[in-house]
Design a protein around this ligand. Structure first.
Ligand code: FPP
Length: 254
């Protein structure tokens, strides 16, 4: 791994509240490194993605335990459709299996699910299960889990701009009223607070078309470990790093 790490995962993570600092209410994660994890073990890429699903499970449990209110996971980008068809089928197969096998448990654990991205690109049965998972968990409040699927931030912003333009053309929106807050209501994340913290694993330091509007003031933490190795310790360390940062939102404090 390169020198990308900004966090020491062996550091004791004091809770932000105990340190008198704001906790990360919304954590969004770019889950990267499944392929390299598999390659390092001489395994096919799908084995890395399977281990990645286990890490997803751990991340949800940890977020819930640590009192994170919103967890957004970048599971499939709009660019991922360009991967070899076998890998696309492996990924959509894992998604299908996840939806069949995990939703009942997530529902029982108080997790509310929401999906962002272009779900129309998935097969009908998956689209159906996505809608069912959202409906079945709509009353849960313990943890809000947002999964980005076939998601691309630029496309999301263009779609929002088109919807705003259509509202203006229809006479239901005055251009003078189109400010940042109003524009955000046209995004797929309407109603979801902006992420406080973006975590990316695998040592890469890029946003890769993820939540570009929403992460304007997010803190970025890049972890030098591969997604299948992401566990409670790394999650706590990233939250502790967040708690150490001084967030100014462009203003001068003090
Ligand atoms: C990046 O690793 C990861 C992905 C493209 C997919 C992430 C998917 C999962 C964690 C599993 C599916 C999730 C759900 C919710 C069912 P990579 O393949 O780009 O790794 P590499 O950069 O090392 O090749």
């Amino acid at each position: 791994m390169g020198p990308a790490s900004t966090v020491q995962t062996d550091e004791a993570a004091g809770t932000p509240a105990a340190e008198g600092r704001a906790a990360a209410r919304h954590v969004a994660i770019i889950m990267d490194g499944n392929g390299r994890w598999a390659a390092a073990r001489g395994l096919p890429r799908v084995a890395g993605h399977r281990a990645g699903v286990q890490a997803v499970r751990r991340a949800i449990e940890t977020a819930s335990k640590l009192g994170v209110e919103w967890l957004t996971l970048y599971a499939f980008s709009s660019e991922n459709w360009r991967r070899p068809i076998t890998e696309v089928l492996d990924l959509t197969g894992l998604l299908r299996h996840f939806l069949k096998s995990e939703i009942a448990e997530l529902k029982a654990e108080g997790v509310r699910l929401r999906f962002i991205g272009d779900r129309a690109r998935f097969e009908r049965d998956i689209q159906f299960d996505l809608g069912a998972a959202e409906r079945d968990t709509a009353h849960n409040t313990r943890l809000n889990l947002v999964i980005a699927l076939s998601y691309g931030a630029r496309a999301e912003i263009v779609t929002a701009a088109r919807a705003a333009a259509a509202a203006i053309a229809a006479g239901t929106l005055d251009p003078a009223d189109l400010d940042e807050d109003r524009f955000a209501t046209f995004l797929s994340t309407t109603g979801i607070p902006d992420p406080d913290l973006i975590i990316r694993t695998s040592g890469e330091q890029r946003l890769s078309n993820f939540l570009l509007w929403q992460c304007a003031y997010a803190e970025l933490v890049f972890l030098d470990l591969l997604w299948p190795d992401f566990g409670p310790e790394a999650f706590s360390a990233a939250l502790a790093e967040f708690a150490r940062r001084e967030r100014r939102f462009g203003a001068r404090l003090g």
